[in-house]
Design a protein around this ligand. Structure first.
Ligand SMILES: Nc1ncnc2c1ncn2[C@@H]1O[C@H](COP(=O)(O)OP(=O)(O)OP(=O)(O)O)[C@@H](O)[C@H]1O
Length: 581
């Protein structure tokens, strides 16, 4: 428990003192809560010794009212300090985590970690922020109450005090065992909860495919299997914990009975006076109840511990190094615009780019073509530093991209992906996010250039139209053009196009081609192309095969080479009836 408190305090940063004060108030409150029993005990002794007068009762009355009032004030202060603290700490933590996630390599997000991120951001953080402060303050007060009462037992009779300590120690040993078990079980429960989140996400994301291929039964089975496993894991957990809590209750019961029996025996022997024995009877039932509640809530502590482990695990993921202090020259240089210099890259163990070198000059178009899985997208992703190269270097205007800040690198590059993501926001804001402080005129101009102005104005709210989650209310081609408008506004000198027009209809394709022509004017362009007719005029076509450059040159040079490219062209001409040669 103390380890957990110190973990929470470490996490709490600038709110540390606030929480410490809350704990101190909780401590005072726990002492105050025992005061009425002490007062009752004093009155009892007064009765026995015939010392009570009417004044005694007046003082007792005033004392009790004061204690109750003071307890209410202290409770209010402790509550006020601790209740908001959890939310404050985790508002900051969420920002920190958001910032951290932004700096993680893309590989982290594609390696099945979405369920974990989701659990951490929603359930783990929500659980800790809501219950951590009050639970810990309660725990502290339970421990302290037991301590105060045990000391009182010693005051009454040291032998009874020793029994109380003995019972507490046995209960603590048992509770430790229970905590260990509960900790390992809560890891299993969390793993199951992550699986469930993954299953729900994948079901929701793939719902259209699932429906169109009539896979509903099959896929909802995997979802229901996960629901069933979650239920089973929780029941198993409860079944495992019950014997421990029952054991603890038995120990407390035996402890209380033993203390009472010893007290009666000592009174019988004449070594414990009647008022002390009566006082003891007053106290003994209260003695272990705080500990009982504490261990009853121990599972919450283990869940909290496990949740903290996961939060830390995500926070400890290695970020992409963003320490570059160098700058990419904005003016003309003699260096090529982009240079891949002996680049090697692996996803995990699998090397997918082997010693790749090529150059791109300013305002030229380079096309990457080749078989699926050859490494074209990987080349583009490395240029944007979604991952870092294993060896070799990538230079923009002679500067290694690792030596500049990620934000400076991003200001150099615009990317148009095949899969467009639009935010749940207005069309205006979706375009405006391309440039900081973009004016209305600039946004409208970009929309006109990207050939989306007309369809936007035809919408009921024009630029103020809200786009549903993932841009659901627009067609694929319209979403694509909005994303191109965003890039036009960004006006970065380097543009990466990833098969941007592969999945839209002919009408949309011509609009998109027009939008792209606007976007790439006076830009250095890297195109990942599948359809060779769109890159016929490229300044350099690079044929990538199994992570190596197999051929490169202009269209006519490569056709003359009579190699892979020529084969691809012939195949596409035959299959699509499009004349490329
Ligand atoms: N995130 C990833 N994790 C592990 N392996 C990956 C990842 N992304 C791609 N790969 C693998 O790296 C290799 C190159 O993939 P890449 O996507 O770069 O090829 P590509 O030429 O762009 O293919 P396509 O034309 O089908 O898009 C492939 O074998 C692919 O399976």
């Amino acid at each position: 428990m103390f380890r957990l408190i110190s973990r929470i305090l470490n996490l709490s940063g600038k709110y540390k003192n606030r929480i410490k004060s809350a704990f101190i108030f909780a401590f005072v409150e726990s002492i105050l809560s025992k005061m009425p029993i002490f007062i009752a005990f004093t009155v009892l002794i007064g009765f026995y010794e015939k010392r009570n007068t009417s004044q005694t009762f007046l003082y007792v009355g005033i004392g009790l009212v004061l204690v109750v009032l003071l307890q209410a004030v202290v409770h209010f202060l402790s509550d006020k300090l601790q209740s908001a603290a959890g939310f404050m700490i985790f508002a900051d933590k969420r920002m920190e985590l958001g910032n951290h996630l932004r700096k993680l390599p893309m590989g982290y997000f594609t390696a099945g970690n979405l369920g974990k991120i989701n659990s951490v951001l929603s359930s783990d953080m929500a659980f800790i922020e809501e219950v951590s402060m009050s639970t810990i303050a309660n725990m502290m007060s339970y421990v302290l109450s037991t301590l105060v009462l045990t000391i009182f037992m010693f005051v009454l009779d040291y032998r009874i005090g020793l029994i109380a300590v003995g019972v507490t120690l046995v209960a603590t040993l048992l509770a430790n065992g229970m905590n260990k078990m509960s900790l390992s079980e809560s890891a299993i429960r969390q793993e199951q909860s992550e699986k469930l989140t993954d299953a729900v996400l994948s079901f929701a994301e793939g719902i259209s495919v699932i429906k169109s291929y009539n896979l509903l039964g099959e896929n909802s089975k995997s979802l229901t299997d996960n629901f069933v496993s979650s239920k089973d894991t929780s029941i198993k957990f409860e079944n495992k914990i019950t014997p421990w809590t029952t054991g603890l209750n038995i120990i407390y019961g035996i402890g209380i009975t033993f203390i009472l029996a010893v007290a009666l025996y000592l009174n019988y022997q004449g070594t414990l006076g009647l008022p002390y024995m009566l006082g003891l009877i007053l106290f003994v039932f209260d003695l272990f109840s705080p500990l009982k509640t504490l261990y009853g809530e121990a599972t919450r502590l283990t869940v909290m511990n496990a949740a903290l482990d996961r939060i830390e695990e995500v926070l400890n993921e290695t970020e992409l190094q963003d320490v570059g202090k160098n700058h990419i020259s904005k003016s003309e240089t003699s260096e090529p615009e982009i240079c891949f210099n002996h680049v090697k890259f692996s996803y995990g163990e699998k090397e997918v780019l082997h010693d790749m070198s090529f150059e791109m000059n300013k305002n030229t178009m380079t096309a990457l073509v080749g078989q699926s899985g050859g490494g074209k997208s990987t080349v583009a992703n490395l240029l944007a530093r979604f991952w870092d190269v294993d060896s070799g270097e990538i230079l923009i205007r002679g500067v290694n991209i690792k030596d500049v800040s990620l934000s400076e690198l991003m200001s150099e590059i615009s990317m148009v992906f095949q899969r467009v993501y639009l935010f749940q926001d207005t069309i205006f804001n979706n375009i405006a996010m391309g440039k900081e402080n973009a004016t209305k005129e600039e946004v409208i101009e970009a929309a006109q250039k990207a050939r989306c102005y007309d369809f936007i104005m035809a919408l009921p709210d024009g630029f103020d139209t809200m786009i549903g989650e993932g841009g659901a209310t627009l067609s694929g081609g319209e979403k694509q053009r909005i994303s191109i408008a965003r890039c036009i506004l960004k006006d970065a000198p380097i543009v990466i196009l990833d098969e941007a027009t592969a999945s839209v209809d002919v009408d949309n394709e011509s609009y998109i081609q027009e939008a792209i022509s606007e976007l790439v004017k006076n830009k250095t362009l890297l195109v990942i192309a599948h359809r060779l007719n769109t890159i016929r005029d490229a300044d350099n076509i690079i044929v990538i095969k199994e992570g190596n450059i197999a051929e490169q040159g202009t269209h006519s040079e490569l056709v003359a080479l009579n190699g892979i490219y020529k084969n691809m062209v012939e195949l596409q001409s035959k299959n699509n009836g499009v004349k490329i040669l």
